[in-house]
Design a protein around this ligand. Structure first.
Ligand code: X8Z
Ligand code: ZN
Length: 608
């Protein structure tokens, strides 16, 4: 049975509005209308925050303790999710917000923003589609349990995703790599039915409030149309394409040498050091900049503390004690009777001070970067949890901003002057700057055709074009080839669902372009910090201890979602979103790659 939680006070307030005639235009006096809007928003906020927290706690439990056969935890999460959905999607709330917005000229900017956010929240869970919403919540829980409860196996032996990543990062044995890669994709088969069902439920739930499809709904949070978002992403790919093309050529020749194989036209997926071929940086070891050994000696706990110390040095507050006591930061013990979500995330549980992260930190460079990324989200949460930012607007300027901060700190944390100061590398070691740039490009450039191309194109087709389930894998691999120049090691028929092996396809649907746009933005931020604030070489910075840098980051984050992101960017940088900065940063590498690849056969087309 569906529970409908709607506080008496909201109902009372709404009926008061109704008694006076709902048409807001009738009310001449701005301040009277603003006072009414305020009381509606206040009552809404209190209920919202409480339901959000209850639902977040139940979801947290579901993601951190997945026990086979346990139905109670998911039942609780479902109930909490349904209560949240029933409230945010209630007709009363939708009608009230719409009614107030009819007189938006008479309301304050913050009120309009909040009312729009209330409508957006309703868009995902409208009561008019209550049955669909309820099915969607159940299906999402099931998908989470299947994905993260999955028992990955190599040669019949259970392995963790950290184990699989380890093989793909370091093994030179192709049959061993193939097994690890194939093992990582098996979960997709189990998820395909759920994905088909979720696609339909997600689409139907947002269509009830007038959105065309779920992709359009997600994009609308940026104040953009689907076409505008697709164009922005296609432009980003076009901008970095010449550099990606050189990296692709370089990687084909490099890996062929490493595995003692003929140079392939396209990159076989199991040759790459990542399950999806989205980051290749571990292909390069920069003498002097490899601090895996140092991290191993320091341990996983040290990484989190050191990450926090970096942010504190910029002027941010230390993390609340509850972050450490309530987060789930390390892998479940090998003999644990539960599994946990193995993909890193950061949670703003109560939209106030209860901030947590879910990770499986191991002491290596990959996790060092991930810790800094997640702490970026946490510090963002803290930056806008202030009286100036209403609870309903405690989100990023846009979602890409949220993804950008921690990745920016990750970029800064890998530059030599910072590492020397941390005692992680030796000051006297000569560092090959171009190799350093190459290593960075293998993450920051390589992820672009994946994020803006494969993921975004696939999800647009999935949701907006209702991609046939008989063509999921065919389409997936066509896009992998087109955008990334990656091919499957063996035939991958429709019994597989390789897209579904990616977490976000299942439970962060239709928003992966966030990461691509974050990359573009973070280089704009970095160039500004390096040149205008630190007055340092952008390839050799040390942010540590720079309060001015902290203040700049804070000015990006502190307004939360109270301001349009384009205005925030204009105010802070005086520019629009643009790939100019990322291209400028990697310009010296482009020259080096052109020389290095001279005479080599290039297989990607000149333009995309
Ligand atoms: O999902 C993440 C973060 C959590 S927001 C760890 N990232 C993307 C991915 O892993 O696919 C960070 C970079 C891209
Ligand atoms: Zn993130």
């Amino acid at each position: 049975m569906k529970k409908v939680i709607l506080s008496l006070s909201v109902l009372a307030m709404l009926s008061a509005c109704n008694n006076e005639g709902t048409s807001a235009e009738k009310i001449e006096d701005n301040s009277a209308l603003q006072a009414k809007a305020d009381s509606f928003i206040t009552v809404y906020t209190n209920e919202y925050q409480q339901l959000y927290y209850t639902s977040a706690k139940a979801e947290w439990e579901l993601n951190t303790h997945i026990v086979e056969g346990d139905t109670l935890t998911s039942q609780k999460a479902e109930e909490a999710g349904e209560a949240y959905a029933a409230f945010t999607g209630s007709e009363n709330n939708i009608n009230a917000a719409r009614e107030f917005l009819k007189a938006k000229d008479k309301l304050t900017h913050l009120q309009v923003k909040q009312l729009e956010a209330i409508l957006y929240a309703a868009g995902a869970n409208p009561a008019v589609a209550a049955d669909i919403v309820s099915q969607k919540i159940k299906a999402e829980m099931e998908q989470t349990k299947t994905l993260f409860g999955y028992d990955f196996k190599i040669d019949g032996k259970s392995v963790s995703t950290n184990d699989i990543d380890g093989v793909l990062e370091s093994s030179t044995n192709l049959p061993e790599r193939l097994k690890a890669w194939e093992a990582s994709k098996e979960v997709g088969k189990e998820l395909k039915g759920g994905l088909v069902n979720l696609r339909d439920l997600r689409n139907k739930s947002v269509q009830a409030l007038g959105y065309d499809d779920y992709f359009q709904f997600q994009v609308s949070e940026y104040g953009m149309t689907t076409q505008e978002m697709m164009d922005l992403n296609q432009q980003a790919i076009k901008d970095i394409w010449p550099l990606y093309r050189e990296l692709h050529t370089w990687a084909r020749y490099e890996l062929a040498k490493k595995y003692k194989q003929p140079v392939p036209e396209m990159l076989p997926a199991h040759w790459l050091p990542n399950r999806w071929g989205q980051e290749w940086s571990s292909m390069v070891n920069v003498e002097g900049l490899n601090f895996d050994k140092a991290l191993e000696a320091k341990g996983a706990e040290w990484i989190t503390k050191q990450g926090e110390d970096f942010y504190v040095s910029l002027g941010f507050d230390p993390l609340p004690e509850s972050f450490y006591t309530l987060s789930s930061l390390y892998p479940a013990p090998a003999d644990a009777d539960y599994k946990k979500n193995n993909h890193a995330s950061a949670w703003h549980m109560d939209l106030k001070q209860d901030v947590r992260s879910l990770m499986s930190i191991e002491p290596n460079t990959r996790w060092w970067n991930t810790v800094l990324h997640e702490l970026g989200h946490i510090y963002y949460y803290q930056a806008y949890s202030t009286p100036q930012v209403p609870v309903i607007l405690r989100g990023g300027a846009n979602r890409a901003y949220h993804e950008a901060i921690g990745t920016l700190i990750g970029l800064a944390s890998m530059q030599k002057p910072f590492l020397v100061q941390q005692g992680l590398v030796d000051e006297n070691l000569e560092v090959d700057t171009i190799k350093g740039l190459l290593k960075e490009a293998l993450d920051y450039i390589v992820v672009m055709p994946w994020a803006s191309g494969v993921m975004t194109d696939f999800e647009n087709q999935l949701y907006s074009e209702n991609l046939s389930k008989d063509e999921f894998n065919k389409t997936w691999w066509e896009l992998k080839k087109k955008y990334q120049g990656i091919v499957p090691p063996t035939e991958r028929g429709e019994e597989f669902c390789d897209a579904a092996s990616k977490t976000h396809i299942n439970n962060d649907a239709a928003q992966y372009y966030d990461y691509a746009l974050a990359n573009v933005l973070l280089f704009q931020f970095h160039m500004h910090i390096a040149k205008d604030i630190l007055k340092q070489n952008p390839h050799n910075t040390n942010y540590y201890g720079s309060k001015e840098t902290g203040a700049f980051l804070n000015s990006l984050m502190a307004p939360g979602a109270t301001q349009d992101w384009r205005i925030n960017l204009e105010d802070n940088l005086g520019e629009e979103i643009s790939a100019k900065a990322i291209l400028e940063y990697f310009a010296p590498l482009m020259k080096w790659l052109e020389k290095e690849n001279a005479g080599r056969k290039v297989s990607l087309p000149e333009s995309i």
